[in-house]
Design a protein around this ligand. Structure first.
Ligand code: ADP
Ligand code: ZN
Length: 357
């Protein structure tokens, strides 16, 4: 079923369309909405291997003048050094400001293609066509983009809203399980922090075990994200609640070598550890952490670090996190499932807070 919502940020409006099979009408959709415009598709080699044939059928079929630019998969392509290479290809293709960059991929592609669209010729039309669950429910909406510097991840980037976001939940069918579960962590986050009904539906869905209902789950996450970022698209207030599980999650990602934990796995551990500690301190309703733990297990996500992990060392990295302004942490806690709030804490007290015995 096709569902659309409108995001309205900073006087800029754009639609997010969720529809299984949308990819198979992409050619006509682009030809109608961007007549006679060139389209530069930025993707990665894995996605290209799976979907190039369909893409050719769609875009050639609609008579679009287009170019496929494919980067190696993985975080390495999000490097700042990728930008001049992309700019050269786009110049060569003679892409102008009225033309379109189509970001076709997961979070990495969404970020680097978004940054390219924001900065090439001071900004060209951007369409997000996310292919991972993570990118569908999170990264493709809100206009954040970024590139990694050698000094750190996402150290350069802008807020640049796309002209539209096209979500085809059908792409999740080709996702490896681990990457699908990674996105589920973010979906579970939305249920925990904002929507108790979403949380119960996730439990029911896991019990059924048939992977159904993903389309409506994605749409509901997009709706939550829209509502939150419309109030606060730069993360100064209510949007901080989107960071549930992320404070510790980012520490885990920073501490362990690349690839030990995916973003979603680190966030899953972050959500559980924070909720367990908050519950022990009477800051979260009792039994909340048990419900969360069961759901994480049902989606093959971890909920705890290995027993020998040195929590104080892991949490040390919180001090380097660029988003933690000053010495105070705005930790997201659950009042109960579906309702979150900010709890301020001195950075140096974070490790103590997390210790439960
Ligand atoms: P995210 O940050 O959204 O998890 P990435 O851009 O790092 O995503 O993508 C994760 C991996 O999944 C990459 O190797 C990418 O090539 C691959 N991938 C993305 N979308 C699909 C898909 N629909 N089917 C199969 N593999 C995909
Ligand atoms: Zn996240």
């Amino acid at each position: 079923m096709r569902q659309t919502l409108t995001v309205n940020i900073n006087m800029q409006k754009y639609t997010v369309t969720t529809e299984t099979g949308l990819f198979f009408r992409l050619g006509n959709l682009l030809a109608e909405q961007y007549p006679d415009k060139k389209v530069a598709v930025i993707t990665d080699d894995t996605i290209k291997d799976i979907y190039e044939e369909h893409l050719v059928k769609q875009l050639d079929g609609a008579g679009i003048q287009w170019k496929l630019i494919s980067l190696p998969p993985g975080e390495g392509s999000k490097s700042f050094d990728t930008l001049p290479k992309l700019y050269s290809i786009l110049l060569d293709f003679q892409l102008t400001r009225g033309d379109v960059i189509l970001a076709f991929g997961g979070g990495v592609i969404g970020d680097i293609a978004g940054f390219t669209a924001a900065t090439f010729l001071r900004g060209v039309n951007l369409i997000q066509l996310p292919t991972t669950l993570m990118a569908m429910v999170d990264a493709s909406i809100g206009g954040k983009n970024g590139a990694n510097l050698k000094e750190g991840k996402n150290m350069a980037g802008t807020f640049y809203q796309p002209k539209e976001v096209l979500i085809d939940p059908g792409f999740v069918r080709t996702l490896p399980d681990e990457i699908l579960d990674d996105g589920m962590a973010e979906v579970i986050k939305y249920g925990c922090a904002f929507d108790p009904d979403l949380f119960s539906d996730l439990i029911d869905r896991a019990e059924k075990g048939d992977g159904s209902g993903i389309e409506s789950i994605i749409y509901r996450c997009c709706l939550i994200k829209k509502q939150v970022i419309e109030q606060d698209y730069q993360d100064y207030g209510v949007a901080m609640l989107l960071n549930f599980g992320h404070t510790l999650g980012h520490c885990i990602e920073d501490y362990y070598p690349d690839g030990t934990y995916t973003h979603g796995q680190a966030v899953a551990i972050g959500m559980y550890a924070t909720t367990l500690a908050a519950e022990k301190r009477g800051l979260t309703a009792s039994n909340t952490s048990a419900l969360l733990k069961d759901l994480l297990i049902a989606y093959d996500l971890p909920y705890t670090l290995p027993e020998n992990a040195d929590l104080s060392k892991i949490v040390e990295t919180v001090k380097r996190d660029k988003k933690r302004r000053g010495n105070t942490l705005n930790l997201v806690l659950l009042e109960r499932i579906g309702k979150s709030y900010l709890y301020q804490l001195d950075k140096s007290d974070f490790v103590e807070f997390l210790k439960i015995d």
